[in-house]
Design a binder for this molecule. Sequence first.
Ligand code: PSU
Ligand code: MN
Length: 304
Amino acid sequence: MIKIAYSAEVDKAKAEGGPIVALESTIITHGMPYPRNVETAALVEQDIRDAGATPATMAVIKGVLHVGLETDQLQELGQAKNVAKISRADMAACIATGGTGATTVAATMIAARLAGIAVFATGGIGGVHKGGETSFDISADLQELAQTPVNVICAGAKAILDLALTLEYLETQGVPVITYGQDTLPAFWSAQSDLPAPLRMDDVALIARAYAARRDIGLPGGQLIANPIPADAQIPIEELTPILAQAQKEADALGVSGKAVTPFLLQRIFELTEGRSLEANIALVRNNAKLAARLAQELNKLAK
Ligand code: PSU
Ligand code: MN
């Protein structure tokens, strides 16, 4: 078995059987600029504690899988240059070679399953990129949801992705997409999109029961819970549309491909919105962390 290093608080929560919420680290290393990345990571962790659960931020550091980071480790990761972005394909190699890498949604789900954690909060998941029907740029996050039994709470997916194709792909893969409290799929910076949600649940206990039922039926995979950004933190879609188009045009012109696409687009959108995209991003991740803490508690009640 590979070695897993638990943070002190995760170790304690596991021993006590307390609710735990997994967090990814790619959002820290590739999704937000320093120092806001580290500040946000700390705020999100505290939101989870305040809501009665324990945060477990995942990363591979010098070949060791960490489930929960101590403050200094989080600081270091947030400032480090050239940290790898690790998804399903890279995780084992990163561990074997003694490398350091931040976990994407897919890799964080794998780490959560290993650690017995069933709930994970993030901002936006990867999906089918625009033009995905020819580029085949489909995030490994979607396949992971189909096979790894973790509840992923996100704010939908960014409009840098093809949301309709992303939903189709998830449906084909048998992933339940559940919106919390509204009928349409939220679109990250906007609470609403024009896409009706496949499933809607307004009660966190029901989301927990749906997860348990899926497991009891013997189905692999998790659930995607889409939680809309708080209304006061939204960025109007009219404002974003030209910015997203410009960022995409630049990526195409520069020939950005593979795993560099998402970080490139996020950085350009941050610059083109003069940082407003980041404020919205922080608000929605914190909102997701709070919902995740409640879901972890409901799942704990079911297990007792
Ligand atoms: N979408 C965001 N913010 C992010 C990511 C996606 O809005 O930080 C990160 C997540 O870690 C996600 C990864 O798992 O990018 C997806 O990358 P790719 O599209 O290369 O699979
Ligand atoms: Mn990709």
